[in-house]
Ligand binder design. Structure first.
Ligand code: NAD
Length: 355
């Protein structure tokens, strides 16, 4: 038995894999293209673990996907690989269509072709878990009820549209071909190993360097924050007991405005670095808003809680405290992902090899 994970060198994927091996010795194959967001150093702790196989490549490479499926015969696929940054999708949407839509299509289609040839028992037991986002549902008004699994899709950014498209493909492959697929739509994650282009690590690192803390617009955009380890625990539950053909919303009951998030980061840094002359919050700088910036996301996670008994273990306060501590305790990781040497090393070390 083994599972195949895509995008396992990214933020959530690497947290998922590290968690996996704290709970199981079931082999896991990690297919990752190592874009700027993929970082094998996240998985350095697994070096020498024969149960972890790293396969460098693209989910859109059908021959590679076919070979991996035939060689490793996974009992499940957990599909994280994606272009994931909204701002990048605004500047360059093509890569988002290429990976999130076309890449996902090729992955699902190769999976279907391989899965259809399995013995009936293995076909029934197989799972394709597609990891998606709450951004597919669009934006909420201040008093609207939170997104449920029945909320209509209304993606507003190129990123959200590309994820929505891949969700629809997964749904259709279940309904048309019977592929035992499940979709999870999760709110904003934060935690260790998040690339510092995203809000929380960006604020931590800028504040530590005494650089301005750029907050879009009036800072009142609301997101529902979930600690990445709670997301990983939810994915494990869905994989184990989720019903094929279903969608599960995952959220942390942690609605905060961006301004509140940045203030909370600053307060924790004031505590951890008391020698700074002025409070970190003085670095906050409001900047021109992102075009089409969704105002509010909120997740109703009643279904996963009722059916699978999942609940987040962290509050926003406890999770953020741990996250700030992690960035303070891991300056080498930060220096590595922010340096050009990191890209060069990747090119040198990971040119089309499976290890
Ligand atoms: N970060 C969040 O807050 C959040 C919330 C909900 C859902 N999600 C979803 O979870 C998944 C993972 O998000 P993340 O934040 O870890 O992303 P990330 O950008 O940190 O990591 C993405 C990973 O996918 C790899 N990748 C990209 N294109 C690839 C391709 N064509 N072939 C193979 N590998 C490829 C990258 O190298 C990287 O390792 C995404 O599908 C995202 O939409 C993220």
């Amino acid at each position: 038995m083994s599972i195949l994970v895509t995008g396992g060198a990214g933020f959530i994927g690497s947290n998922f894999i590290l968690d996996w091996f704290t709970q199981s010795d079931e082999p896991l194959v990690n297919l990752d293209k190592l874009t700027y967001a993929g970082n094998p150093a996240n998985l350095a702790g697994l070096e020498g673990n024969p149960a972890h196989t790293f396969a460098h490549g693209d989910i859109g490479d059908r021959d590679l996907v076919r070979q991996l499926l035939e060689k490793h015969a996974p009992r499940a696929i957990v599909h994280f690989a994606a272009e994931s940054h909204v701002d990048r999708s605004i500047h360059g949407p093509a890569e988002f269509i290429r990976t999130n839509v076309v890449g996902s299509f090729r992955l699902i289609e190769e999976t279907r072709a391989w899965w259809q040839k399995l013995p009936q028992e293995n076909r029934d037991a197989f799972r394709f878990l597609h990891v998606s986002t709450d951004e597919v549902y669009g934006s909420l008004g201040p008093r609207d009820p939170a997104f449920s699994e029945a909320s209509p899709y209304a993606p507003n950014s190129p990123y959200a549209a590309s994820k929505a498209a891949s969700d629809h493909l997964v749904r259709a492959w279940h309904h048309t071909y019977g592929l035992p697929a499940i979709i999870t739509n999760c709110s904003n994650n934060y935690g260790p190993y998040q690339f510092p282009e995203k809000l929380i690590p960006l604020m931590i690192l800028n504040a530590l360097a005494g650089r301005p803390l750029p907050v879009y617009g009036d800072g009142a955009n609301v997101r529902d924050w979930l600690h990445v380890q709670d997301h990983c625990a939810a994915i494990r539950e869905v994989l184990a007991r989720g019903r094929p053909g279903e969608t599960y919303n995952i959220g942390g009951n942690g609605e905060k405005t961006n301004y509140e998030v940045v203030r909370a980061v600053c307060a924790l840094l004031d505590e951890a670095r008391p020698h700074r002359k002025s409070p970190h919050a003085e670095l906050i700088a409001f900047v021109k808003d992102r075009p089409g910036h969704d105002r509010r996301y909120a997740i109703d996670a009643t279904k996963i809680s009722r059916e699978l008994g999942w609940k987040p273990a962290e509050t926003f306060e406890s999770g953020l405290r741990k996250t700030v501590a992690w960035y303070l305790d891991n300056p080498e990781w930060v220096a590595h992902v922010t340096s050009g040497a990191y890209r060069k090393w990747i090119e040198l070390n990971y040119v089309n090899r499976e290890s």
